[in-house]
Design a protein around this ligand. Structure first.
Ligand code: GAL
Length: 416
């Protein structure tokens, strides 16, 4: 914790010291620091450099972006916002409300963004009918990433129900491997929670509890079962899980130390970056019982109001992000799918093809839902309240599911 605080202070200090932007330069704040994430970001950097735009990198480590948002607050209050910031869902709307973001509407109109970006994403890319962000991808959280050799050795098939999942985890544990690779950080616990809520209560329950924040659903017996199941999953995690970064958990599956990881499809970026092939070295499947549903999050680059000098490079950045060829190249490496609906599917690997088909199916049947863990179900205050309860329960500080449910109802209410 102390180390994290120190490094955050250092990051803030560094960012506050940042000098004025040069012409044709973009300063981009993001949290893409893992191997797979950095590889994807390189695609964007190179693209811009080829257009004569210099990239000033401002990485703030920390999956899910909480630390990055802290650094952003410091930058904006010092009157020096970065050119563009990686951001999720409701955070985008919060910043727009503060009146500190730029306007991309002219570029969006000229390049026809309205026609190619799905409505579920536009909800977060626009404020007051103006385009304020360029969406780079669509991720989803209800995935499991598995080591194929372990599955083959133990005669396991991808589980399709909760009971099958537990049976598979038992088998892996029984074989002396770590069944579930996990990092004990609040956003990672919450990422698992997204899927457990969805599989336990189904899509209507997910919407009622996580999106509508309905007190009855939050306090229901179904929610108690969700917490019971979180406790069950906790039993398959190794003792060294506290504080572990998500990409190190992915590495445990990659190396065959662990059988599975429940994580959004940015995990695929780690497997690809390690030279692994889907279907040969690793398996991707929807969290058991959630096929047909997608809990999504979309990384968008929010453009801050930077004044006339910074504008041209900012527009170049937005245009580059929205170009179909870039969206294809980037998302193949990142593990996500394009934010545009007109990017050809053929170039993607099997997990990418599945992600694109699932997204289409879910959107057509009203089963595309914002991820609570990744800021697309409710504003940050509510998200953080959910994080607290889920994490305290996962770590045994909240002892029973009854107590967890009571605290969830109270915390969500207080945060609204
Ligand atoms: C998510 C983000 C992804 C990925 C992940 C882990 O919130 O949308 O792009 O980076 O965090 O860092």
């Amino acid at each position: 914790m102390r180390r994290m605080l120190l490094s955050m202070t250092a990051a803030v200090a560094l960012s506050l010291a940042a000098g004025p932007l040069q012409a044709a330069e973009v300063e981009v704040l993001h949290w893409w620091t893992s191997g797979g994430e950095a590889a994807a970001l390189t695609v964007l950097k190179k693209d811009l450099e080829a257009k004569g735009v210099t990239w000033k990198d401002m990485p703030v480590a920390g999956g899910g972006g909480t630390q990055a948002m802290t650094v952003l607050r410091a930058r904006v209050s010092s009157g020096e916002p970065p050119t563009a910031v990686q951001m999720l869902g409701f955070d985008i709307l919060d910043w727009a409300e503060q009146g500190v973001v730029g306007d991309l509407s002219e570029t969006a109109a000229a390049d026809g963004w309205d026609a190619v970006v799905p409505a579920a994403l536009q909800k977060f890319s626009k404020y007051d009918d103006k385009w304020i962000a360029a969406p780079v991808n669509v991720h989803s959280t209800n995935w499991i990433w598995a080591n194929k050799a372990i599955f083959d050795e133990l005669g396991l098939a991808p589980p399709t129900s909760w009971d099958e999942l537990i049976a598979a985890l038992d088998k892996i544990k029984g074989a002396g491997k770590i069944a579930l690779a996990h990092g004990g950080q609040n956003w990672q616990d919450a990422t698992i929670f997204d899927s457990v809520v969805l599989t336990t209560g189904g899509p209507d329950f997910y919407k009622k509890s996580m999106i509508d924040l309905d007190a009855e659903a939050l306090g229901s017996d179904t929610m108690k079962q969700v917490f019971d199941r979180m406790t069950q999953l906790r039993g398959y995690v190794d003792p060294n899980f506290p504080g572990r970064d998500w990409n190190l958990a992915s590495a445990m599956v990659i190396k065959g130390e662990a059988g599975m990881q429940i994580m959004g499809d940015w995990a695929k970026g780690e497997f690809i970056n390690a030279g692994k092939k889907p279907g040969t070295d690793f398996l991707c499947f929807r969290f058991p019982g959630t096929q047909g549903n997608v809990t999504f999050n979309s990384d968008q680059f929010v453009m801050f109001a930077v004044g006339d000098e910074g504008r041209p490079a900012q527009i170049e950045l937005a245009k580059a992000i929205m170009s179909p060829s870039f969206q294809s190249a980037f998302n193949k490496v990142k593990g996500s799918v394009p934010a545009r609906t007109d990017v050809p599917v053929d170039d993607f690997d099997d997990c990418g093809k599945k992600a694109m088909a699932d997204l289409k199916e879910a959107a057509a049947s009203d089963r595309l839902m914002g991820s609570m863990a990744h800021g697309h179900a409710a504003p940050a205050a509510v998200k953080n309240a959910v994080y607290d309860v889920v994490t305290n329960h996962f770590n045994g500080e909240i002892k029973t599911s009854d107590e967890a449910v009571q605290q969830l109802v109270a915390a969500v209410q207080a945060a609204q």
